[in-house]
Design a protein around this ligand. Sequence first.
Ligand code: ACO
Length: 329
Amino acid sequence: MNGKFRAVVAGTGSSLPAKVLTNKDLEKMVDTSDEWITTRTGIRERHVAEEGQGMSEYASAAGRKAMEMAGVGAADLDMIICATVTPDMPIPSTACFIQHQLGAKGAACFDMAAGCSGYIYALAVAEQFLVSGSCERILVIGAELLSKFLNWKDRTTCVIFADGAGASLLCRGDSDRGVLATILKADGSMADFICLPGGGTLHPPSEKTISEGLHYIRMRGNETFKLAIRSLEEVSRDVLRKAGLQPSDVDLFIPHQANRRIIDAVGSRLGFEEDRVFVNIDRVGNTSAASIPIALDEAVRAGRVKRGNALLFAAFGAGLTWGAAVVRW
Ligand code: ACO
């Protein structure tokens, strides 16, 4: 290791709302069908939070489990990064609420908005603080309550997005395990492909923004779809090359769970057999920044990740942003 530090994932956790919304439930709410949703997206059901709940309670629950697995106490956290586009409120950052809920008084806190790529962005930032030696333990959380910003009359979005939280406890290590490489990308010229236009400085909340539905998530799904496949394949190949690995070296591919057809297309272009690709979109839906850390936690707890395994994460989402990471477990 030449005395170089690495960012090691020492614990994982996740938390999903108890309430489950099935495709059959959605059939009663919008002009859609279980058959359309299943064949076009791979989603059968998703979890949605109750009224009055905020994202931080799920983020903290996921964080607690990751800390427990790693054997790290709240007082030992140097930093909490919460990747999200659905904060509890615009001010302050939700990471501060999480810090308070966990009792992690000494931890620096901030949110990171990179859409569905949020977890990869947060992982890459955390890695820098650990590798430079300025932090020893960082809690990286990806958490979203997208249901709160959905127009339940818009069938192009309400069948796709869902709620949940995933967390990874990263520690500074000095072995060959840990984050081997990351790549972060963005192209703001396509910002309107996936956006929530109301509520910010450009369109501050008003009766007009509400009546025009600017407070809802919008997505140009079909155009995003094609770009997602191409970009995910390219960034995955690039990050593997950066880590000195080939697609054949990957033990488990954990992609952002945006659409089953995207996952299958990218997996097949990279030459991954079905058992080397982790999929939970059928039960969890698209939880944006939470999707990879939830999937990672499920994979770890299901025994699908073994010491020494090479994991590939890749995500694509609002921004547009995309990115990938390779982790040696
Ligand atoms: N039920 C029934 N019909 C529907 C539904 C629905 N829920 N939604 C759309 N349709 C209809 C459309 O109106 C259209 O009808 P038309 O042909 O009569 O005009 C038809 O189905 C096909 O619509 P498309 O949008 O072309 O469907 P597509 O096959 O592209 O699937 C989807 C849509 C699932 C959104 C897909 O495009 C997708 O997954 N895109 C990528 C999403 C993504 O990766 N986003 C990035 C991450 S998200 C983030 O960052 C927050």
